[in-house]
Design a binder for this molecule. Structure first.
Ligand SMILES: [Zn+2]
Length: 320
């Protein structure tokens, strides 16, 4: 029997999400378990195996109806060797041989992928870029992740670090980044960075509707910045406009390097909707060249938090 179903697993520090996908990349069912990350590598492997058992059982199909498991995981990791080198939210994952050990436990072939790459590939096969042959995705969450698909192939690079769009330098000598560089996109356009930049400007004396929260040391996030912007707050408007411009500048650089058909924006910040999309498109139009009509179509992701599961399954299925 030819196996036509693949399991996708999205391994995070808090939860493990899993789903069953068919060969057309449709997510047929899904299930989530707490990771229990403090238990360490062997314990988390057990949790992942339990998740797979439940997915198989609930599907009502025999195990040999599944051709493989794709795992999207935080890294840095090696796709070729199937090893997670380190993961800040997964204690004990140090050069962890996840692919081979998980394959032993489940009896299924396993493919290991960087979680940002898996999510980008998910949007490529089944989401916002499913009509394209090439795309770049930027995921705007706590940080800024990314993934690159060229001519239908995920581009990992020989060191597995391709697509780290969040660490492209867009402000020389700018805000320091935990990666050791200065001026990374992530320090300007992640959801966290948007709130941080506004807090710094308000603390520096700029008038803002969120100024009293800043003065009291109260926590707030990008949603509060967007709400203040919607209410006409001048500082919130400027911070948001600058965020859109930084993203657009990054996209102009991506355009000239890769000439992708589509650039997809994903992650929590896309809940801003048209305020994000129209802002980025407008700055892109202003900043990009005018000598050739080769602009990428800038779109919002459509799969939400399922992109990683679908993409991991699709990548594993491809290698089957
Ligand atoms: Zn960086």
């Amino acid at each position: 029997m030819t196996s036509t179903y693949t399991i996708g697993v999205d391994l995070g520090g808090t939860n493990i999400k899993g789903g069953v996908c068919d060969a057309a990349h449709q997510l047929l069912s899904q299930h989530t378990l707490p990771t229990e990350a403090p238990g360490g590598f062997e314990h988390v492997l057990g949790r992942m195996a339990q998740l797979v058992d439940e997915l198989v059982e609930r599907s009502g199909m025999p195990r040999d109806a599944f051709d493989a498991i794709g795992v999207g995981a935080p890294g840095p990791l090696s796709h070729a060797r199937g090893i997670i080198h380190a993961a800040p939210n997964l204690p004990g994952f140090v050069d962890a041989p996840l692919r081979d050990r998980f394959s032993e436990r489940t009896g299924l072939r396993v493919a290991l992928e960087n979680d940002a790459n898996a999510a980008a590939y998910g949007e490529f096969v089944a989401g916002a870029a499913s009509d394209a042959r090439s795309m770049v995705m930027l995921t705007l969450g706590t940080g800024v992740g990314g993934g690159v698909v060229l001519d239908g192939e995920l581009w990992r690079g020989p060191f597995d670090n391709a697509g780290e769009v969040g660490h492209m330098i867009i402000e020389p000598g700018g805000r320091p980044c935990p990666c050791g560089q200065r001026g990374c996109l992530e320090r300007y356009a992640s959801a966290n960075a948007v709130a941080e930049r506004l807090a710094e400007a308000a603390a520096g004396g700029e008038v803002c509707a969120l100024g009293s929260k800043v003065a009291r040391g109260e926590a707030f996030d990008a949603r509060d910045v967007l709400a203040a912007r919607a209410d006409g707050d001048a500082l919130a408007r400027r911070i948001w406009d600058e965020t859109c411009r930084y993203l657009a500048l990054c996209m102009v650089n991506l355009q000239h390097l890769l000439n992708p058909e589509v650039i997809v924006l994903a992650g929590g910040l896309i809940n801003a909707g048209d305020v994000l999309l129209s802002g980025v498109r407008s700055h892109f139009q202003t900043e990009s060249w005018k000598i050739a009509p080769d602009h990428p179509d800038i779109r919002l992701a459509t799969l939400g938090t399922n992109a990683g599961t679908i993409g991991a399954a699709a990548l594993a299925h491809r290698e089957a």
